[in-house]
Design a protein around this ligand. Sequence first.
Ligand code: ASN
Ligand code: ZN
Ligand code: CA
Length: 341
Amino acid sequence: QQIETADGSGQSLYSGTVPLQLTLSGTTYQLKDPTRGNTYTTDMGNASDSSLCQLLGWGCKAGTLFTSPDNSFGNGSTSSRESAAVDAQYGTNMTWDFYKTTFGRNGIFGNGTGSYNRVHYGSNYVNAFWDGTKMTYGDGDGTNYGPLTSLDVAGHEMSHGVTENTAGLSYSGESGGLNEATSDIFGTMVEFFANNPSDPGDYLIGEQFDLKKHLGFRRMDNPASDGSSVNCWSSTTKNLDVHYSSGVGNHFFYLLSEGSGAKTLNGVSYNSPTCNGSSVTGIGRDAAARIWYRALTVYMTSSTNYSGARTATLNAAKDLYGAGSTQYNAGAAAWSAVNVA
Ligand code: ASN
Ligand code: ZN
Ligand code: CA
């Protein structure tokens, strides 16, 4: 079989019609991108992994690669099984391009090797995950949540892979909260980077597939508004589920990017309170993301806690912008504003 790269297009659920790079094998188009480390997407056919796989990583299912007789995938609705696959593939493309363009990073592993997506995992499964090798997406319950294949979740899950291959933040206690915050931060940056008119950048996580409220699972300007996450660090932050202790890091990142107070961006209204009554002026999300990425890849380790994250990001800001720079000072002010001294 002759193998070539072919241009194609997909009709996604959340991002409109998107360009795809495909593999043409003989006369069959595969949803597999030779220009981004051969990243591909498979159909799990609503099967779940066996308990042996979940426990030991043995006998996990790879799913069936999406293929087509033409170079077009999906129809923009869940009536085609390909549509969610288009979102997942597009999400990995945008995440790949975000890391490459912004930080010069070649994929999750940093070596140009791709990964893969499994979609239609399980039945009524309202989650998505990274397992060390690949991304997996459920279809949601169909009532409150649709398939979880939005850009921000794709960026979130792939960023778990980046964290695992850099700082290695351990997934419990405060380091676990920082691990989760890192995924929310870069998932959000991917959404802004893609600049897709159907899914404009915001500081909400999962708003696209939240069928009822369109607010998603978490919000970064005021994490505590979900009733479970925290805005401000305290000595009990380490006891929370990592998806709630991430609130401190998410809140820091929002404040550093956008500043405190009320603001409307791409049609979404935000109001970020500080924990110490200060007001914080933002430095923009691009500078904030550069600081976080350098902190993650140069200074953080598996056991970094919030106090350590303050030191790591301020060291990163010093390297990038200089001690006493606006960016450095804003970083210090934003950490103080979330009670991390
Ligand atoms: N969706 C979740 C996450 O990526 C799955 C998990 O709990 N690890 O954080
Ligand atoms: Zn996560
Ligand atoms: Ca979002």
